[in-house]
Ligand binder design. Structure first.
Ligand SMILES: N[C@@H](CCC(=O)N[C@@H](CS)C(=O)NCC(=O)O)C(=O)O
Length: 220
């Protein structure tokens, strides 16, 4: 998972921005750095500017959080900090001239559009709970903007309908669960370890899911 590193700076009014921006971009050559963005706060003073005196920002994306500490002590980072950042600060290095934040970008949750009366919805919700997958349960009956937004992207007007973190739509409870099971390594498996028990488990699932719900034939 990537790590985003944000540094917010209060630089002197007469900072040589061309040199400062060029130096910041050279940080890209440090191992683990995916991208660098640097610039001046473009909102003018008095026009809704909420910079609290801070004037510039540098954001660095790393391949992973393991890259941050080696970056901090990397000789090129130390060079850029000592020669282009600290001398340009509008005051001594401290809380009023520099701040930094680092975060792993949080994934949007899975969203499960379902109904309390729908056994297929409850089946998929049980799976999300069993695997401790971060998700939101959205009731179709509530007819909210969010439920309409998910339903409108779905091919079929049925529940459960699942919207993934990357906004793709999944339908039909068994393939939804199998897809999640194949793509996640976390949590307990829903399949028994032995091949014969796994076959039996799939057979029971298939029977209960597709056939037990069918109307019983009254005449042969
Ligand atoms: N094979 C589908 C069946 C889904 C299904 O039949 N859902 C019913 C509710 S249990 C449904 O949405 N019916 C239409 C509706 O409620 O508007 C699955 O396993 O997800």
């Amino acid at each position: 998972m990537p790590l985003d590193h944000l540094v917010v700076l209060k630089l002197k009014p007469d900072v040589d921005e061309v040199a400062f921006f060029a130096a910041a971009h050279t940080l890209k050559k440090i191992p683990g750095v995916v991208s660098v963005s640097v610039g001046r706060n473009w909102v003018p003073e008095g026009a809704g500017n909420r910079g609290n005196g801070f004037t510039h920002g540098i954001s660095v994306r790393f391949e992973s959080k393991e890259d941050l500490m080696p970056y901090q002590v990397h000789e090129h980072h130390v060079y850029v900090k000592d020669n282009h950042i600290v001398p340009n600060l509008d005051g001594p290095p401290g809380p009023s001239t520099i701040m930094a934040l680092d975060w792993e970008p949080a994934k949007a949750p899975w969203r499960l559009l379902g109904s309390e009366n729908s056994p297929y919805s409850i089946k998929v919700r049980s799976y999300f709970r069993y695997k401790s997958i971060n998700h939101r349960w959205i009731l179709k009956q509530m007819a909210s903007e969010e439920s309409a937004e998910i339903a409108n992207r779905a091919k079929l007007p049925i529940v459960p309908t699942v919207s993934s973190p990357d906004e793709s739509i999944l339908q039909d409870s068994t393939p939804i669960i199998e897809l999640l099971e194949a793509s996640s390594s976390s949590g307990p498996s829903i399949h028994p370890a032995s091949a014969s028990m796994r076959f039996l488990s799939c057979l029971l699932e298939e029977f209960s899911d597709e056939w037990v719900a069918q109307p019983y034939p009254t005449a042969l």
